[in-house]
Write a protein that binds this ligand. Sequence first.
Ligand SMILES: [Mg+2]
Length: 313
Amino acid sequence: MAGHGQRERRLAAVQQHLTPSVAATRTGAGHGSSSGSSAVATTIVDVRAAPASADGRPASDWGGIQGLGQICVAVETADGRIGFGVGGGGQPGLDVIALALRPLLVGRDRADVEALWEAMYKHTLAYGRKGLTIMAISGVDLALWDLRAKAAGVSVAELLGASTAALSQPVPSYRTAPNDLAAAVAEGYTKVKLSIGGMDVVTQPDEIIATVQRAREELGGDVELMIDATMKWSDREAVLRLCERLARLDLAVAYLEEPLPSDDLEGYAWLTSRSPIPIAGGEHEQTAAGFAELMGARNRTLLCLRQQLFVVS
Ligand SMILES: [Mg+2]
């Protein structure tokens, strides 16, 4: 498969970026070294981050439209163990890790992952709280969890309590396909999501309806169809009118995702209590506190955590 070789090359290039730097080795923070006489096996000696792309530049899987680019993170401990994580924030995310998080973590014990997250969050509060700083922290946090699981000799999923039976189950997935619906179905997907946020809900409702109608015709009745506005709209009444039209046309839209900006909690509460089509949100919400607020405000909203949906009631 052509894409496989490309993926391998990309992984190799990213791994190269994550190998210990000459500077880190020279300062005693490299592979297998300790950061001082007090260092124990679980002392963090280095935190490295690199763009998740073969050419070393931050890149987005979404064509650079809305993302600064994914990043890979490696956290190394004095015993030479390395945990890996994936985060976001592109070049600014790399800067947050290099300039703020690495100096904070080197010399600390990796074992108390939860306390380290709190430390990173507090350390970056002046400019962080949400957005790319949390995406950068997430990469480090995942690497710390990877270290914890490796030390325990299990996968992170098992560490979190997943059973062997649960891990052997297939994970439902869908394809976000703006243009190639037939290709997605040919590949075996039974769920497809349509990006419609590029059309304005106030001035182009007819175009949106026509696009969803075409998609339904192309997909047939057996494929689940979801639509995603990616926070692009702000007129809740126009969104409601759109949902009512879609429902009347009986296009079997499973849900409309993120029609409003993430922070418009009141708008989501208003919309979800009226829309005949389920409203999904939360993809761009962050931190436990953010989700607590979301769940308090959006009764009946579906929480969309990547590919898993949770109904909030
Ligand atoms: Mg989305």
